[in-house]
Design a protein around this ligand. Structure first.
Ligand code: K7E
Ligand code: CUA
Length: 700
């Protein structure tokens, strides 16, 4: 009886979801099901057995991907403390890759010997040894004309104040820059509409340049800052030599966004501690969090980036750690910086698709505040401002405010869709509010439309294309922290939860489609791009490709020319890999040798990645088809070390191995003599074969 009723109910609904306009009659439904969609009595039976509601069935149909079909959208999500970036397909919410960025990642050979990756991680550590994690917050896809172009991805590390550049041809990190003047960041990364600049705003005010000053000297010596990294698209790198920063008052800047269209050339950053509270309860001060929540207003920072770039170019800067910084007094004198009051302890500022409005949410205010860019410009032109205690002009709140919309408790982050609606996450309400934008988006806007409950601890939300000049809409993902009741609890540390929401039709209520747990660092922001905007390599374009330069390496090992070259204690190995063989298979060296080892993966097939692991030397490379990689080590440990291919690449994968023999006898006596190790492919070294027994124990 129950199954019968469900069949009547679920089956037509399922067909509607598949595109049939009207619920067909029962008879037709049966035929249709049998003929095309594969919907059978069994489907209704499964829905009944699994106690799925009609909404559940629709959600399942919207997110299920038949084997082999690709997702339409790709989401790049911050990996929080994992220091990585997650690549997730939508609407299936399948994890496709975790890109190694600030943290070594062994599968990709990221930071496990590969010279290029070691160099990026080391220079990106600003000279500090042993930094092995990051706290990624805000990924930013490169843009052309304010829309995602699918070429590059940037992301910040709040923990160490760093930014990384990822090339989306191979989804690999190419550059990490340590901010030379700040020790923590948060207002990054955001890009200007043509990716001329990558913005990295600071977070906790400190003496700039990492120098010492007691916190009692806060007002004199502590400062905020925002850094503008110049991106050189042709090189695929940030160029620090033409980048600069701007000194700001010590107000704890938070998040930034670049202007676009009519506000192109301007940058907006919010702040949350204009009280300048520093805590210190043990010294009789109010706790930091309550001290920082006293005032009704903090300051939205409004920065004329175009003019600032001219001032920096003219050399009107001071140098901190050799990096050009526009001093606060210069920023004021040159009219580069304005403040606007913003209620109350806000978290983020988001620029509307046309660049006409800036939306700020006060965490302690139930409404979002919308500012008009035009009104800002009018107020600046009319001189409607008074200086704050550091001399920065503060524009009149009422003169620049366009609207306030009551959305709910704990509003945080706002995104936009293609239908003139905005979406704001509500941290305290655990919900997402959809609200209607006003003119020119809607004549009757600036009002709350609807809300959807999302999971506990929503932080950022992201709408497909939702921070560009042309949002795609359709999907929203809520990035929630600690999924307290949604999944099996794998110990006391709970997974995060990324929730997919259907926002495609404003006439329909928003619908939750999918919960995706992710057992990794806290997700902050994410961006969603149409999959067809991305044009990743299938294999590297040529054999001998260096992913560091994104060009063929002239010194790459070549098939038939594999060899080991000795020059005193310096040994250079030229190796190739192809299923299921490394050439050479025996490498004999001496303790104390300095080894440079190159490997080319000769493969041209898309699924022919080889790994190269020398575990005792902590080396693991990932060699994608065509790739050449290099690692270096000093042979400080003697013995026999079996290297092996660490990807199950073929039927004879286990046989894809070889032997590194490190003779304990120092090679000094070899200097100036002909090489004692094979210099030609396959040439045996008689002397060493005598010295090292077959079981690997040294005879001498
Ligand atoms: Cu709200 Cu770092 Cu943008 Cu976390 S931030 S949620
Ligand atoms: Cu190559 Cu396994």
């Amino acid at each position: 009886m129950r199954a019968f009723a469900l069949r009547f109910f679920v089956l037509p609904l399922v067909l509607v979801a598949l595109g049939a306009c009207e619920p067909p009659k029962h008879q037709e439904a049966q035929e249709h099901a049998a003929a095309g969609a594969g919907l059978s009595d069994r489907a209704a039976q499964v829905a009944a057995e699994r106690k799925l509601s009609p909404d559940d069935v629709v959600a399942a149909l919207q997110t299920f991907m038949p084997s082999g079909r690709h997702d339409d959208y790709i989401m790049f999500a911050s990996g929080g403390h994992s220091g990585q970036v997650f690549v997730i397909g939508l609407p299936s919410m399948r994890l496709l890759r975790s890109i190694g960025v600030f943290t070594p990642e062994p599968w990709q050979g990221w930071g496990y010997g590969s010279e290029e990756t070691m160099k990026i991680l080391e220079t990106g550590s600003g000279g500090r040894k042993g930094l092995s994690w990051g706290d990624t917050h805000h990924p930013a896809l490169s843009e052309t004309g304010g829309a995602y172009d699918g070429q590059f991805l940037f992301i910040n590390d709040k923990a160490q104040s760093r930014v990384a550049v990822i090339d989306l041809r191979d989804f690999e990190t190419k550059q990490i820059l340590k901010n030379p003047i700040s020790t923590s960041d948060h207002g990054g990364t955001m890009v200007t509409p043509d990716t001329d600049y990558v913005i990295e705003g600071g977070q906790y005010a400190q003496p700039l340049g990492g120098v010492y000053a007691d916190i009692k000297e806060w007002k004199e010596k502590y400062r905020g800052e925002v850094t503008f990294w110049k991106f050189d698209r042709s090189k695929g790198r940030i160029d620090p030599s033409v980048s600069f920063a701007m000194e700001l008052p010590p107000y704890d800047q938070d998040l930034c966004d670049a202007g676009k269209k009519e506000s192109d050339g301007w940058v907006f950053c919010n702040s949350f501690n204009t009280e300048q509270a520093t805590g210190g309860v043990e010294e009789g001060n109010p706790p930091l969090e309550s001290g920082a929540s006293q005032r009704d207003m903090d300051y939205l920072h409004v920065i004329d980036l175009r003019k600032a770039a001219e001032v920096a170019k003219a050399g009107n800067t001071v140098k901190i750690n050799g990096f050009p910084v526009i001093a606060l007094k210069t920023a004021i004198a040159e009219k580069l910086l304005y403040f606007i009051p913003e209620p109350k302890s806000p978290h983020g500022v988001d620029v509307a698709p046309r660049g006409d409005y800036m939306v700020v949410s006060g965490k302690l205010d139930p409404q979002v505040t919308v500012y008009s860019f035009k009104k800002m410009q009018d107020a600046i032109a009319a001189g409607k401002y008074k200086p704050d205690e550091y001399g920065v002009p503060v524009l009149d709140f009422d003169a620049v405010k366009e609207a306030q919309v009551e959305v709910g408790l704990g509003p945080l982050h706002t995104q936009f869709d293609n239908n003139g609606y905005a979406y704001t996450s509500l941290f305290l309400d655990s919900a997402v509010a959809r609200w209607k934008m006003g003119p020119p988006y809607h004549p009757d806007g600036w009002k709350l439309d609807s809300k959807i409950s999302v999971h506990y601890n929503v932080g950022h939300i992201t709408v497909a294309g939702g921070d560009t000049v042309e949002p795609y809409g359709k999907y929203l993902v809520a990035l929630d922290k600690w999924s307290v009741d949604r999944f099996f609890p794998p110990g006391p540390l709970l997974p995060q939860n990324l929730q997919l929401v259907d926002i495609s039709d404003p006439a329909r209520p928003m619908q939750l489609l999918y919960d995706m747990p992710i057992g990794n660092g806290e997700p902050h922001y994410a961006q969603i791009v149409k999959a067809d905007k991305l044009k990743p390599f299938k294999v590297y374009p040529e054999v001998g490709w260096d992913p560091g330069t994104m060009a063929p390496d002239p010194n790459a090992p070549v098939a038939g020319k594999e060899r080991v070259v000795r020059n005193g204690q310096d040994v250079e190995v030229f190796m190739t890999a192809v299923r299921s063989h490394f050439t050479p298979e025996h490498v004999r060296i001496h303790k104390g040798d300095r080894v440079v080892w190159h490997i080319t993966n000769l493969e041209r097939a898309q699924d022919a990645t080889h790994g190269f692991a020398v575990p005792q030397y902590n080396i693991n490379l990932s060699l994608e088809p065509g790739e050449t990689d290099t690692f270096r080590f000093t042979a400080d440990k003697d013995g026999v070390f079996t290297w092996y291919c660490s990807e199950f690449c073929s039927a004879l994968h286990l046989e894809m191995a070889g032997y590194l023999m490190v003779n304990p006898e120092n090679a000094k006596g070899d200097e100036g003599q002909p090489s004692k190790v094979p210099t030609e492919k396959g040439e045996p070294n008689k002397k060493h074969e005598k010295e090292v027994r077959a079981d690997g124990v040294h005879a001498n």
